[in-house]
Design a protein around this ligand. Structure first.
Ligand code: GLN
Length: 240
């Protein structure tokens, strides 16, 4: 018998969904099932009305051109996302959407794409792209594995904390060893790959938070993470 139903809302799956980011949605769906919960996945695309019933919000990376396409709609739903984030809604924003959850992204050609200020950070595009495998460590989630490919370099303000400290690769920028950002129950990261198959601790954090907000308590199921552990070991042994 199902313990409950969690509604996952994927933001802009057409434009913001590269390097396998769709895999994050699949992992949330499958792990919810393993934990004994049903998942309903819906999409928000530019022009759609924003739903009232999302329990978990997720969005991926995209080209600068895709970020330009969705920016107007993102501005329109920005106040809703800000309110939900402040209220403790779990969210996962990867790379291109992570950048736009901040204050702005100034692209390599000087175009300024305004962000929605869910997160206190800003992003500056440069000629050098940061590309390769990343390993980072976090007190909250342990070792985090992923793949990065971005021209924007992100710098965090005082209102957010880094998700993790980079031990291999670059993460937010080429300067400070920070990867990603955290505020309330928002997790933001540059890492594709996708992120959640190799980092089930982050997936279960998002799931637990969504279930607790909706039902009060989360009853985990038995999950076999042998494959995820294997993928983590393999990823960790890869050259940059
Ligand atoms: N277009 C952004 C950049 O290049 C984001 C890229 C991405 O999402 N991988 O920085």
């Amino acid at each position: 018998m199902s313990k409950g139903t969690i509604s996952i809302l994927q933001l802009y799956p057409r434009e913001m969904n590269i390097y396998g980011d769709w895999g994050n949605v699949l992992v949330l769906k499958q792990r919810l099932a393993w934990h004994g919960y049903d998942a309903v996945v819906s999409e928000h695309n530019a022009g759609d009305s924003f739903p009232d019933d999302a329990d978990l919000i997720i969005g991926g990376g995209g080209q600068d051109s895709g970020q330009l396409v969705i920016q107007q709609d993102l501005q329109a739903i920005g106040p809703r996302l800000r309110g939900l984030a402040e209220d403790g809604q779990p969210m996962l924003a990867i790379c291109g959407l992570y950048q736009l959850f901040g204050r702005f992204f100034r692209t390599v050609d000087g175009t300024v794409i305004p962000g929605i200020g869910v997160l206190d950070l800003e992003t500056h595009g440069g000629k050098e792209r940061l590309i390769g495998n990343v390993v980072a460590t976090s007190e909250e989630f342990g070792e985090i594995h992923g793949y990065e490919n971005h021209s924007g370099q992100t710098f965090l303000g005082a209102g957010v904390t880094p998700l993790a400290t980079v031990t291999k690769g670059e993460g937010n920028n080429a300067r400070d060893n920070h990867e990603g950002a955290r505020r309330h129950n928002v997790v933001a990261s540059y890492l594709h790959g996708s992120l959640l198959p190799k980092n089930p601790a982050i997936a279960d954090f998002l799931i637990r938070t969504a279930v607790e907000r909706k039902y009060g308590t989360f009853e985990p199921g038995e999950v076999d993470d042998t494959l995820a552990d294997l993928a983590r070991r393999h990823a960790g042994s890869r050259p940059r």
